[in-house]
Design a protein around this ligand. Sequence first.
Ligand code: BG6
Ligand code: BG6
Ligand code: GLC
Ligand code: GLC
Length: 947
Amino acid sequence: QVSAQILAFFTVARRLAAQRKEIDAVLEPFLLSPETLREVKNKMRTELEYGLKRETQGSATVKMLPTYVCGTPDGTEKGKFLALDLGGTNFRVLLVKIRSGRRKSVRMYNKIFAIPLEIMQGTGEELFDHIVHCIADFLEYMGIKGARLPLGFTFSFPCKQASIDKGTLVGWTKGFKATDCEGEDVVDMLREAIKRRNEFDLDIVAVVNDTVGTMMTCGYEDPNCEIGLIAGTGSNVCYMEDMKNIEIVEGNEGKMCINTEWGGFGDNGCIDNIRTEYDKEVDEGSLNPGKQRYEKMTSGMYLGEIVRQILIDLTKRGLLFRGQISESLRKRGIFETKFLSQIESDRLALLQVRQILQQLGLDSTCEDSIIVKEVCGAVSRRAAQLCGAGLAAIVEKKRENRGVEHLQITVGVDGTLYKLHPHFSRVLQETVKELAPWCDVTFMLSEDGSGKGAALITAVAKRLRNIDKYLYAMRLSDETLIDIMARFRREMKNGLSRDFNPTATVKMLPTFVRSIPDGSEKGDFIALDLGGSYFRILRVKVSHEKKQTVQMESEIYNTPEDIMHGSGTRLFDHVAECLGDFMEKQQIKDKKLPVGFTFSFPCRQSKLDEGVLITWTKRFKASGVEGADVVKLLNRAIKKRGDYDADIMAVVNDTVGTMMTCGFDDQRCEVGLIIGTGTNACYMEEMRHIDLVEGDEGRMCINTEWGAFGDDGSLEDIRTEFDREIDRGSLNPGKQLFEKMVSGLYMGELVRLILVKMAKEGLLFEGRITPELLTKGKFETKHVSAIEKSKEGLSKAKDILTRLGVEPSHEDCVAVQHVCTIVSFRSANLVAATLGAILCQLRDNKGVGRLRTTVGVDGSLYKMHPQYARRLHKTTRRLVPDSDVRFLLSESGSGKGAAMVTAVAYRLMSSSQTQLCTCVAINTLGHLLGIMGPELQHAAALGHLTV
Ligand code: BG6
Ligand code: BG6
Ligand code: GLC
Ligand code: GLC
């Protein structure tokens, strides 16, 4: 009897051992080794990079969607908002009241509504009508139907966004599959449904993913929270990425939150090595087969399904439920996350597990319940580990971005799986710790759901939108720019024509400079450079051994404001005095060196060494100079001193000097552009188009004086109240209106005026205005440049604003940066339009299909502003697509160019009269006979050709 018992015992033991082995074999693929997890982390890392790069983004499985959320909360958000929260287990409508300041607080009221399955998978119209129906119910319930509240829409599905209030659904995930929604803007769909109902109106300000909402909810409590994780029905992460790494979004400044949509990780098969037969089964039975493979291994909606597939298999193998697959076990979705969580609870006795299984219609033995619990454990453990591996990749990326060895960061988390499951959060955290040992990660549970975060985003977005609305007129579309280009082309034509020139606003002044340097210039010259940020005197020695070389020495002299605004005599006495000092220092007081005078103001010229000032511009307003020849005035001042002599051979505009400087290095240079204190351009025009100068052959440089564009009212449609205010406060009201929208002397002030107005309206600095902020000139263009710097821009903004006495919040800094960008972008766009007109003129003059040319550029704004040059180049190329334009920065100022002009003039003067006559005769004869090409004619005219 004993031996029979022993035998029976051994039989059972053997059966159990065989059973055990089989169960272990089934569950074995769910055990992931540390190496496998590390591999998953690395693959995720690679996919994150693919999603961020323009080239690979299209085919990336982790889509890395820009969210247009550019900062975490800072406590200054306030207002009353509605929020919708759609896509998780519950659909919620909320009213969120946010108070800022010392008593900052958030109060929320919400109601949960059901979304029946037939609506989740019906038509898009039905779905959105249902949503609006629930909103109506909520508004009624709260008694706020009449208030047109701003609304933040948490929509927990992948959306492509081009702004915070637009979101095109990429594809449904999880349990939704309503028709006619994919590829559509969900904000539009919601708006239309509101219109259809025609009962109330809402201002939809922002659409956000639940990960983003969660990050913001937690970020409100902990400023270090820069990652949002959802482990719920679905699985996803967002995080704050550096703008410079987000190739598909313009701009390099600051950060933007990226919704990774990591649920799609593995859709290219890259984690197929760890997918089991059960995962494939679950995928095939889902609403979106082949998609969201990682989500299907990690999130609440699918874990129960994986368990069910395993249980079916084990039953089929006779290892469970006495080999009987019951009706209940055949039902998809019976294992919801909450049941999974309950079954795995350590506190639950086996009997209770059996009761739960009973509730689900699964009649189990004690043994069965142990196995079921084990299966659940394997599946949920793998999910938590995979999720941890993914999160480790994100955390590592953040560490690299910050360039630190040790990263401290907070992850805001939400989702039923994370919240309810007894082990998920612990395993997840352990995995992150193991795979990202250099990161100290705090996990913060979102207690209030993502609705609070959505409301916070809405508060910020509403503020930025107000700024945008405010500055709407400053954003110029390409259509407008093309129109401005055409207007400027007409102005150029008027300025060049004899009949229209007297009344033309853009004066198109002939400069008597006929070509760029040809390499034969030489000599010892002095150049004066007056009218930009600095008054400079230079000595330029051009020598000609083997190769032409230029040696320069220069000195900067102060020009105090009382001299710029005093009498003309005093101004020129000052110039003469500085020149004397310079010659003294150079020990050339006894020499009579030829002088080139860069005088950066509009002058009428009838020859090279004469310049009648038409009007002062920029900072200068000395009396008695307008209408006079500045060469004569300077000569007079020098004579009066009597301690040295000078020979002023040429007066040139700074644009011309710049073109000549750049022309020295690049023979193709035929445009000179200044974007500094003032703005202006010159270019080489065909003589036959210049009515005001005799002769039709060759070319002459025209100083456009485009700063005056708009002085006849032709730019009124794009000028703003701020432009008018700048003009009223300037030295020359009503004049140089284009210049005042563009150049450095005015840009900082423009920004200041905007900031003052915004502060007055409570849009900035909580409405605080300080005396410094109200002081003209306190905000300078160099501050605009600093604030727009990519890395330290926001901290610069903080410093600069703090110095103005306001205590800026982070959001204030973001807003001020936004204002700066709009103002400086407008400037670059306007210059692109006027420059575009010049390029078109050159292209037409040459009669070529495609223009190849070089533009010489100078000026502090162009040089110092971190984004200006790039934006200008880009817009110019867009506006004049049939051109290859090289922008060449003038490194050595316009003095060198002025010396080149002087060299030619000097040689012309010193060559004998007869020689000159001969040349002129040959030139004329050449024309008559048509035997001389333009190069020879030009050489003859300049006296380079002697007989
Ligand atoms: C909620 C958030 O708390 O969690 C939702 O408010 C989010 O926005 C949800 O979608 C995610 O969890 P689950 O488990 O409901 O999908
Ligand atoms: C300098 C030139 O480099 O740039 C000047 O030498 C010119 O002639 C000036 O006027 C323009 O820039 P800004 O910023 O000094 O007005
Ligand atoms: C799905 C959605 C994603 C969401 C996540 C969590 O993965 O695609 O947008 O964040 O579920 O709810
Ligand atoms: C002003 C002057 C112009 C000069 C420009 C740049 O517009 O009128 O002559 O070229 O500033 O300095």
